[in-house]
Design a protein around this ligand. Structure first.
Ligand code: NCD
Ligand code: ZN
Ligand code: ZN
Length: 346
């Protein structure tokens, strides 16, 4: 008997779609399986104002192939110059779903991010008042802090004080990579959630560094020790409403990844649902997959779950391409390092 699993259509609560030729190449990879995605605003230049988000939304919709249904959920990139009134208007018109905080210098295209948190107080207060979530790249950038400790130090020195100073601010700790992150989110009540990527459920830091350096496993926050990966697996497969999928699928061309100073980002849009089904199956937790991919995210964001469904079928290993071609050059797809037996039924 073939094993089948039908789920509400999933959403991706953390996605990089880029722009131009890259956008045209990667958008169908997400839209094939996902109904909606929180679209990250770290373009160059970033998506800062409501007007920027409106034109980016138009470019995304123009790049969507005929016959595909997909709803981009737009975000604004928080800067020290962001105007609270613009954020309020963009949220109240339904144009934006969240605001993204990048500590300046933390990751790809974060140079316009926040250095002095006092300068964004006004925006955070408006967001708390209207219930607009703040999506956070949770790493400190202090040079003295070891890169493997940057998430844990961020929670203690930035995130927790910020949440105490702005009661009722809704926060999504993006792409958590540590047990510290999972524990903080789990214990944090209804105003905090955490996204978890596909790749952080599968790789630890050995995958990046043992037997040669593997640039396609390099992303930020960087994958941590095995004990942290196991904590993320436990969080994702628990069904706990605090945790949901944000793939952080972040395409960079092979030329920029396989480089003396390679870019951070893992591209996983194409095979994410197969990878996740395999992971949840390995852990005997297929019954919790729908909560992680399709229910907990909409519940946190106050949106309905999707009415449509997708069906996963278990069988012989599924073949995915090693790379996808884009107008900017090839982009390597995430390799989970094990066979994928679950495919999404067409
Ligand atoms: N995750 C990454 O390693 N890279 C992301 C940025 C981010 O999400 O931090 C990117 O835009 O390439
Ligand atoms: Zn990030
Ligand atoms: Zn990201």
């Amino acid at each position: 008997m073939t094993e089948k699993l039908t789920l509400r259509r999933p959403d991706d609560w953390h996605l990089h779609l880029r722009d131009g030729a890259m956008l045209r190449a990667v958008l169908p990879e997400t839209a094939r399986h996902f109904a909606r995605a929180i679209v990250m605003p770290n373009l160059v230049p970033p998506v800062v104002t409501g007007a920027d988000a409106a034109t980016y939304l138009e470019r995304i919709l123009a790049a969507l192939p005929e016959g595909m249904a997909f709803t981009p959920l737009m975000t604004l990139y928080l800067t020290e110059q962001t105007d609270p009134a613009d954020v309020r208007a963009a949220a109240q018109s339904g144009l934006v779903t969240a605001v993204k905080l990048y500590p300046a210098g933390a990751t790809t295209n974060s140079a316009s991010g926040v250095r002095d948190f006092d300068r964004v107080r006004g925006v955070l207060e408006v967001m708390a008042e209207i219930g607009l979530p703040l999506c956070v790249h949770g790493e400190v950038t202090t040079p003295e802090v070891d890169i493997f400790d940057r998430e844990a130090v961020f929670i203690e020195t930035v995130l927790d004080p910020l949440r105490r100073a702005t009661p009722s601010l809704r926060v999504v700790m993006e792409h958590i990579t540590t047990k510290d992150g999972a524990d903080y989110v789990r214990a944090g009540g209804d105003d905090i959630a955490g996204t978890i990527t596909t790749h952080h459920l599968i790789i630890n830091r050995n995958h990046i560094l043992v037997g040669g350096i593997r640039p396609h496993y390099y992303c930020l926050p960087v994958a941590k020790r095995e004990e942290h990966r196991l904590a993320l697996r436990a969080a994702a497969t628990s069904g706990d409403a605090h945790f949901f999928l944000g793939t952080d699928s972040a395409p960079h061309t092979d030329a920029l990844k396989e480089h003396a100073c390679g870019c951070a980002g893992v591209f996983s849009a194409t095979n994410t649902m197969s990878c996740l089904a395999e992971v949840f199956d390995q852990d005997g937790a297929l019954g919790a997959l729908e909560a992680f991919t399709s229910l907990n995210g909409p519940a946190f964001y106050g949106l309905p779950a999707n009415d449509e469904t997708i069906t996963l079928v278990k069988g012989d290993p599924v073949a995915y391409p090693k790379k996808i071609e884009t107008g900017d050059g090839p982009v390597t797809l995430f390799d989970p390092g094990f066979a994928l037996h679950w495919r999404v039924e067409a």
